[in-house]
Design a protein around this ligand. Structure first.
Ligand code: SUD
Ligand code: ADP
Length: 278
C-alpha cells in the first residue's frame, strides 16, 4: 500500500453538561457525540524521505500547530523503517473553530491512516490513547462510533441516537474554548445523568447561555433556527444545529438563511465515514 485517502467527519455534541472540574483545571463533561456526513478529505502518499509534510497549509495555522502534523509526529518514533515518510494533502471542508471538531477529526484520521501506511499495527486502544494527548475529542473520532462520553471525553459508551438531518448554522464569530472554560459564569455542577442518550433532547448545552452573552450573533442564530426546528449549540460554539426529520425540510430552512450567517445541511451518522475506508 503506497497511498490512502480517508475522510475526517465533523461532529456535533447533541448535549453537553459540565459536571465538575479536575485539579488540573480541566472540566469533567457528559456529552453525546454524533458524526456528521460533512467531512474533510485527507490523502496520504508514502515517501522514503523519513519525514512528513503537508502539501497545503491551512491559512492561519502553522504546520507545527496543525493537528495533522502533531498526530503524525506522535507516530514517527514508532516506525520500523526510519525511511518511511508521507506527503499529506488536506481538503478542508469543515468550518474551523465552530465546535464541529474538524481539527480533532483530522488528527484521528491521520493516526488511522499512518498506522496502515507505515504498517505500525497499533490497536485502536493504543491509537485512542495517543489521540487523547492531542485533544479531548480525538478518541471518539479514532473509535469511529457515536458515543456518550464522560471524563474529559475519553470514557466512551457507544450510542445509537437517531440519524436525523441537521441544518448547521455558523454565526461566523470566533469563540475561544479556553475563554469559555475559564469564565467565572460557566455552570460547572450539572448533576450526572449517567447515560440515557435517548433523552438527549431534554438535556442542554451548559456553555450555550454564556456563549450567547459573549457573542450575541450566536443568540441570533439560535433564535432564527428555533423558528424551524429544535435547536442547540455544539461544543463551545459558535455553530448551532437544528434537528429536522428530513433532508428536504432542512434544505428548505437553509434556503431562507439570513445572509449574516453561513450554513449547510448534513446527516447525523453513528459510524464515522473514516471507518468505511480502512
Ligand atoms: C468541550 C468540547 C466538546 O466537544 O468542545 P469543542 O472544542 O468541540 O467546542 C471539547 O471537548 C473540547 O476539546 P478540545 O477542543 O480538544 O479542547 P482542548 O484544545 O483540549 O482544550 C482547550 C482548553 O479548554 C479547556 N478545557 C478543555 C476541555 C475540557 N474538558 N476542559 C477544559 O477545561 C482547557 O483550558 C484547555 O486548555
Ligand atoms: N487540521 C486542523 N483543522 C482545523 N483546525 C486546526 C487544525 N489543526 C489545528 N487547528 C487549530 O484548532 C482550532 C480548533 O479547530 P476545530 O477543531 O476546527 O474547532 P473546534 O475545536 O471548535 O471544534 C483551530 O482554530 C485551529 O487553530
Amino acid at each position: 500500500m503506497t497511498e490512502i485517502s480517508i475522510a475526517a467527519p465533523a461532529k456535533i455534541n447533541l448535549f453537553l453538561h459540565i459536571t465538575g472540574r479536575r485539579d488540573d483545571g480541566y472540566h469533567e463533561l457528559e456529552t453525546l457525540f454524533q458524526f456528521l456526513s460533512v467531512c474533510d478529505e485527507l490523502h496520504f502518499q508514502l515517501t522514503d524521505t523519513g519525514h512528513v509534510q503537508l502539501s497545503n497549509d491551512i491559512p492561519g495555522v502553522s504546520p507545527q500547530n496543525n493537528l495533522i502534523i502533531q498526530a503524525a509526529q506522535r507516530l514517527l518514533p514508532l516506525r520500523h523503517d526510519r525511511n518511511q515518510g508521507a506527503t499529506i494533502t488536506l481538503h478542508k471542508k469543515i468550518p474551523m473553530g465552530g465546535g464541529l471538531g474538524g481539527g480533532s477529526s483530522d488528527a484521528a484520521s491521520t493516526l488511522l491512516a499512518l498506522n496502515k501506511l507505515w504498517q505500525l499495527q497499533l490497536s485502536i486502544d493504543q491509537l485512542a490513547e495517543i489521540g487523547l494527548q492531542l485533544g479531548a475529542d480525538v478518541p471518539v473520532f479514532v473509535r469511529g462510533k457515536a458515543a456518550f462520553a464522560q471524563g474529559v471525553g475519553e470514557k466512551l459508551i457507544y450510542a445509537e441516537p437517531e440519524q436525523n438531518w441537521y441544518l448547521i448554522v455558523n454565526p461566523q464569530v470566533h469563540v475561544s474554548t479556553a475563554e469559555v472554560f475559564t469564565h467565572p459564569d460557566l455552570p460547572r455542577r450539572t448533576p450526572i445523568v449517567n447515560g440515557n442518550p435517548e433523552n438527549w433532547q431534554q438535556y442542554r448545552n451548559d456553555c450555550q447561555d454564556l456563549v450567547c452573552r459573549l457573542q450575541p450573533s450566536v443568540a441570533n442564530a439560535l433564535a432564527w433556527l428555533l423558528e424551524y426546528a429544535p435547536t442547540r449549540m455544539t461544543g463551545t460554539g459558535a455553530c448551532v444545529f437544528g434537528c429536522f426529520p428530513s433532508e428536504e425540510s432542512a434544505n428548505h430552512a437553509l434556503s431562507e438563511l439570513p445572509t449574516e450567517f453561513s450554513g449547510f445541511v448534513a446527516q447525523g451518522l453513528n459510524t464515522s465515514p473514516a471507518w468505511h475506508q480502512l
